[in-house]
Design a protein around this ligand. Structure first.
Ligand SMILES: [Zn+2]
Length: 152
């Protein structure tokens, strides 16, 4: 499922990426028409809380208006209304820019903090921004939330 979050849903976008969903975040300041055009051009479903979108013809079949304002409720709403799988492919995308992660090179692994190195891998890197990912405590907490959303 290819998704586009409007600019107010930045936190939700990060969680969708953490679950492995191809999720773009609308550029801040873009007007509604440009956001919808992106959804159409990239064949994405637009997620928004802005009812103004629903009045636009171009939004037909292209928009899911979220009722909830907090991320955990939004997560459950997406599962209920779209059948979205919160454990689709966890930790395979960069939460910042949506790029597919790849195994970290030895040069990248050399940049890891000591605590991360003690875990022993696997380690992943984002080809777009260079951010490194590993299965630390933060990762475990995120995984627990994804499992909660997937099962509720
Ligand atoms: Zn990145």
């Amino acid at each position: 499922m290819r998704l586009l979050c409007d600019e107010m849903l930045g936190r939700l976008a990060r969680w969708l990426r953490a679950a492995g969903h191809d999720t773009r975040l609308a550029t801040p300041g873009q007007d509604d028409r440009a956001v919808l055009w992106t959804a159409i051009a990239e064949d994405r479903l637009l997620l928004s809380r802005d009812r103004g979108f629903a009045e636009r013809k171009a939004a037909t079949g292209r928009l899911l208006l979220l009722e909830s304002s907090a991320v955990p409720e939004q997560a459950r709403e997406l599962r209920r209304r779209l059948g979205l799988d919160w454990l689709a492919a966890p930790f395979t995308r960069c939460v910042v820019d949506n790029a597919h992660l790849r195994p970290a090179s030895s040069a990248e692994r050399a940049r890891l903090p000591g605590g991360a190195r003690r875990i022993g891998g696997p380690y992943f890197a984002c080809p777009a921004c260079g951010r490194l990912y590993w299965a630390g405590d933060h990762h475990a907490r995120m995984r627990a939330r994804l499992e909660d959303w997937a099962g509720s």
